[in-house]
Design a protein around this ligand. Structure first.
Ligand SMILES: Cc1cc2nc3c(=O)[nH]c(=O)nc-3n(C[C@H](O)[C@H](O)[C@H](O)COP(=O)(O)OP(=O)(O)OC[C@H]3O[C@@H](n4cnc5c(N)ncnc54)[C@H](O)[C@@H]3O)c2cc1C
Length: 383
């Protein structure tokens, strides 16, 4: 039987929720609720995660949990050395980035197992809805919970965030293939910018091995003029002048879709007895679409804040301040960069000009949510 009056309910067992549950369960009574029948599956991710040293440069003020730095080898499918960026004209620039490609299904299950080991109760195949003063659970474990506190780690379409009164924010819409028998450079994670093949976003090839890759497009609906996302991805695989050489003879093993928040932090990430972490809070670097590192860091801070709030009465407003101190600057800058680049995204001519203006090292800075001088010039400034 489920106890109704638990201390902490965490909604969503992705990287943010699992990390929050595993940290909080060391001191608190925790229930982790996940609507998917199997934690981590289906995967909705490219799995790309920079190595620990790269993450320290990316998020210099954040305390990175071990879960990000020391990932057991069995959850890493592949390592990359480079990031290569293609302009619409077919030029490419590359820079060194040591990267890992995670088996996201196994990674999420590993984090959930650690939460279980720390004492969290896990409820898969169970959807949480908010009621005044609690949660209504439906699915495999049905019933009501009256937690003293709720962490909303329920992803980009967060129910908890909506309940807190946050508006739905701007999203990247993504479609991704896992492909086999492709002819790729397995050392490089590649990004392709093009108004035609990835309107308002970019397309990617993330190697999973010598001849396997996650291949996807992320676009924004305001940039689509009636095109369908499946047609855009098919066009990238079969018609893009550089990508088709690598992909068009491959086979699709899986099709994945999902959303990526593109607007930075949600209006409010704490309200009453609720806080938000990860995609639910808009914790995604809008310049790259990378959300795994911020989700794990935010999950850690959320778990610690829950302990301090419930055991020592510390205000939950301290949670927002800590998020701001650890990665607020990078999150904000990534949105600024996205807004600057939005100006160029409307035309290949402008994307080519921006591409020509940036050196490979400056591109690396952009990926790290730093603003290099060519980007801060008036031409690209936010209108
Ligand atoms: C196609 C695609 C590719 C991506 N590639 C990368 C990449 O290569 N690298 C990177 O860093 N990031 C990538 N991202 C982003 C990354 O996947 C997310 O930022 C990350 O998963 C966020 O973790 P999270 O725990 O906040 O949310 P999620 O991983 O979305 O987990 C939220 C969980 O909450 C559950 N849930 C939702 N509502 C409820 C409810 N009412 N009740 C119970 N459970 C609920 C969901 O089922 C889900 O399991 C990608 C995203 C997409 C869509």
């Amino acid at each position: 039987m489920m106890r109704e009056d638990i201390q902490l309910a965490v909604v969503g067992a992705g990287p943010a929720g699992c990390t929050a549950a595993l940290v909080a369960a060391r001191e608190l009574d925790v229930v982790l609720i996940e609507r998917k029948s199997e934690i981590g599956s289906p995967v909705q991710c490219g799995g790309f995660l920079p190595e620990g040293g790269e993450l320290e440069s990316l998020l210099p003020r954040a305390r990175l949990p071990e879960a990000l730095k020391e990932i057991p080898k069995r959850f890493i499918l592949h390592h990359t050395r480079l990031q290569r960026i293609y302009s619409p004209s077919g030029m490419s620039k590359e820079f060194a980035v040591a990267g890992r490609v995670l088996d996201r299904r196994a990674f999420d299950r590993h984090l959930a197992s650690q939460a279980a080991r720390a004492g969290a109760r896990i409820l898969p195949a169970t959807r949480a809805a908010l009621l005044e003063g609690g949660l209504e659970l439906s699915g495999h474990y049905a019933g009501r919970l009256r937690p003293r506190m709720i962490i909303g780690a329920d992803g980009p379409r967060s129910t908890v965030s909506r309940h807190m009164g946050n508006p739905v924010q701007e999203m990247g819409i993504c479609l991704e293939y896992e492909m086999a028998d492709v002819d790729i450079d397995s050392d490089a994670a590649e990004m392709f910018f093009s108004a035609r093949y990835a309107p308002g976003g970019y397309a990617w090839i993330i190697p999973l091995g010598p001849d396997r890759a996650n291949v996807g497009v992320g676009v924004r609906s305001s940039y689509l003029s009636g095109q369908r996302l499946p047609d855009i991805l098919e066009g990238f695989v079969h018609d893009h002048p550089q990508a088709k050489e690598k992909l068009s003879s491959g086979e699709v093993l899986a099709v994945m879709r999902g959303l990526v928040p593109a607007g930075g932090s949600a209006g409010s990430i704490h309200k009453g007895n609720m806080i938000l972490a990860g995609d639910a809070a808009g914790h995604v670097l809008a310049s790259s679409g990378g959300g795994i590192p911020l989700a794990v860091v935010a999950g850690r801070i959320a778990g610690e804040s829950a302990i301090e709030h419930l055991c020592s009465g510390k205000s939950l407003s301290e949670y927002s301040s800590r998020i701001g101190r650890e990665f607020g600057r990078e999150l904000e800058r990534s949105v600024q960069i996205r807004k600057m680049v939005d100006v160029a995204m409307r035309s290949d001519r402008l994307i080519n000009a921006l591409f020509a203006a940036l050196s490979p090292e400056q591109m690396k800075s952009v990926m790290r949510a730093q603003i290099p001088s060519p980007l801060s010039s008036r031409e690209w400034s936010i209108k």
